[in-house]
Design a protein around this ligand. Sequence first.
Ligand code: ZN
Length: 298
Amino acid sequence: MSAAVVIDMGGTSLRLGHLFEGKPVGMFQTLPTSALRQASDPVAFLAEAVKAYTEAQNLRVEALIIGVPFTPDRNLSTALTSPNIRNLEGAPIKTGLEQHLGIKVMLERDINLLLLGEWYAGAAKGIKDVFGMFVGTGVGGSFLQAGSPFRGASGGAVELGHIPIRAEGKVCVCGNIDCLEAYACGHTLVALAERYDTQVDQIFALADSAELRQELDAFVRDLAYALASAINLFQPDLALVGGGIPAMKAFPKEQFKSIFYEHLRKPVPETTVAFTWAELGSEAALWGAVALQEKGQL
Ligand SMILES: [Zn+2]
């Protein structure tokens, strides 16, 4: 049996890893997403990156799974809209890569892949209905029913980062105003760190001014409101929160949880939903790919 390459395509970096005989081996290469963004032919760029990776790792590859940070079409083949990597819009990503590489290619929303990984091998193992929120560069949501992502009219439902949250008129990367991502995502922390002259990766630990504390409280509140809204809508068995931001030093986890629980409907889902933090970290995409392989989707 041969290997499958997995790309975790983020707003900042592309991470390449692989499975061998249906098990994760690791993620061994990182490329800046800016290089993909600047490529005149992004499909050829991705194909070359996969070829270079398979040569470096000496692999015989039968499939490629990509967790994508954009709204895919219903067939999970192209990008309907891709605000973070504009040159992927309209590109024949799946079919183009299949032609370049001569292997099966599968696209899945990045957040679905991460939550599938947690459902298969991590903090949501054995749970029927799971809602996941991942907070990193953006804010992603995924709702799995017995391991099947809820998709809606495109391949990209459950866009938690783009629900309206305040009425201050801030423009979101998607073009709408007042989306959650306009107020509470990785970009927000970068902007706050600049404004208050502090290190972004230490911002929760170092925040010493009352003004910055207030901004961070609002940041945590907006995220907790969004998750409570989602759990009130879907009433899953488990709410899972992951991504780089909740994993940051001194992120106020208890504050987040208490605001979240305060805003759940009583008695259901307040008494029925369990809560967990993600546990697989960056390996979740690999386990998500294993789940897709086992489900026969490759
Ligand atoms: Zn938006």
